[in-house]
Design a protein around this ligand. Structure first.
Ligand code: CMP
Length: 444
């Protein structure tokens, strides 16, 4: 069994795709120019028939993914294939071209039109391109490429149809006729219609009417879709810009001071640079618990690696903490904690720098950076905050609320000993500094 997502299957899909597109280009061309007996069309006819037959064999031997499981059971695979693409693949693989070549049917006979049946394989193109691109290709870019591909192919087939209905002017080369026909198709489907090439006789007129109706519909489809597809190439950026425009309009409308407007814009810039404007918690909100947990574990790997006290912590504890931590951002100059207030959370620093200061901000006790934590004393000892903490640059923090903290305290006493030790040392330092400050005051 070949795995659906294996490299070999991708290579094979790419081969089938190239052969399919090549066939789609060459068959209509060679049928209208009546050169089906020349080496290139013959070679392509043989090649495509063989590749399409082998492709059916490959499909019978390729696993499929169902509800996240890779199904390799031969019967299941066959049943699924027979119910799905089998008929289309079978029609495309019929050796009609080979039979016609051997029967030496006179070139130019309308029988050769039956070869166009192989184009049915084109139904695969979208799915195959998606599979080959996998998750690496932006879906909007893929849709845009497919749209362009279908339009060009339709124009190619329409041009061949036009050639088919027109008599050969003596001495004109095939490529000249094709270019002229392609020019006619493009001016018609884009509704430009210069009118320099006009139909003669009822057959051509009917054909022109058909292409005009088809072209007008296609043109509408393209115009309707293109703006949307381009906007979706970078959904995050489009949404971010819209949000920023809306906020800036509001700020101007309510006459918010210019420096505050600048600060708000700065903040959004930071959000864009650090996380492309995504609010991770709301993006993951709809995921079921265990899946959300594993994504969070992956996303928060960085903070777990950065915080030394997590190093010795077990997997269960880390999961408990990760799921309950909330990412928060503070801008330079923000007060995160104020001395004397009641505390309900503690924080881990993922990025940025904060100053730990006395209540009157005259003394700076410490500067904390990525990997350090603060706010644990108020939670551990149920006492007011012992210091004021101010962000000196943009800070990405993870907030842990008191309830989760208390739960962890009882479930993982060893881990808490580490936090307790840091808290004791910090308190001792604050006490020592306060005593020293008192003494200097008394002396004065
Ligand atoms: P908490 O008292 O809850 O709020 C203020 C926080 O500042 C405190 O918890 C500690 O986490 C932190 N803190 C206090 N003193 C120091 C210090 N000397 N060095 C580093 N951090 C401190």
């Amino acid at each position: 069994m070949i795995h659906l997502e294996s490299r070999i299957k991708k290579c094979w899909d790419l081969t089938v795709l190239v052969v399919t597109i090549g066939t789609a280009l060459v068959i209509p061309f060679s049928v209208v120019f009546k050169n089906t007996g020349e080496p290139v069309p013959i070679l392509l006819t043989f090649l495509s028939t063989i590749v399409f037959i082998v492709d059916m064999f490959v499909s019978f031997n390729t696993s499929f993914i169902y509800q996240g499981k890779n199904i390799e059971d031969k019967r299941e695979v066959a049943r699924r294939y027979l119910r799905g693409w089998f008929t289309i693949d079978l029609i495309a693989a019929l050796p009609l071209g080979i039979i016609l070549t051997f029967l030496l049917t006179p070139e130019g006979s309308a029988v050769h039109l039956v070869r166009v049946l192989a184009l049915i394989k084109l139904f695969h193109v979208g799915k195959t391109m998606q599979r080959i691109g996998g998750t690496n290709v932006n879906p909007a870019i893929l849709r845009l490429s497919l749209l362009v591909f279908w339009i060009l192919l339709a124009a190619h087939v329409a041009s061949c149809g036009w050639i088919f209905l027109n008599e050969t002017p003596v001495g004109t080369q095939n490529y000249e006729r094709y270019i002229r026909a392609f020019y006619w198709t493009i001016t018609t489907i884009t509704t430009i219609g210069y009118g320099d090439i006009t139909p003669e006789g009822p057959r051509q007129t009917l054909y022109v009417i058909f292409i005009e109706i088809l072209g007008a519909g296609m043109y509408g489809l393209v115009i309707g879709n293109i703006a949307n597809l381009i906007a979706n190439i970078d959904v995050a950026k489009t949404q971010y810009k819209e949000k920023l425009d809306k906020i800036n309009t509001f700020l101007k409308y309510r006459n918010i001071p210019v420096d505050q407007q600048r600060k708000i814009n700065d903040y959004y810039n930071y959000l864009w640079e650090s996380r492309r404007g995504y609010d991770e918690s709301s993006v993951l909100a709809d995921l079921p618990g265990p899946l959300k947990q594993s994504v969070l574990l992956f996303l928060n790997k960085e903070i777990i690696e950065k915080v030394p006290i997590f190093e010795a912590a077990g997997e269960d504890l880390i999961k408990d903490i990760i799921v309950n931590m909330e990412p928060v951002v503070f801008t330079p100059g923000d007060y995160i904690v104020r001395a004397g207030e009641v505390g309900f959370d503690m924080y881990f620093i993922s990025r940025g720098r904060v100053d730990v200061m006395s209540a009157d901000e005259t003394a700076r006790y410490a500067t904390l950076t990525a990997g350090q934590f603060f706010g644990e004393i108020a939670l551990l000892l149920s006492m007011p905050r012992t210091a004021t903490i101010k962000a000196t640059e943009y800070c990405d923090l993870y907030r842990l609320d008191k309830e989760t903290f208390d739960g962890i305290l009882t479930r993982y006493p060893d881990f808490m000993k580490n936090i307790q030790a840091t808290a004791d040392a910090r308190r001792a330092e604050i006490d020592a500094r306060t005593q020293a400050a008192k003494k200097t005051k008394q002396k004065d």
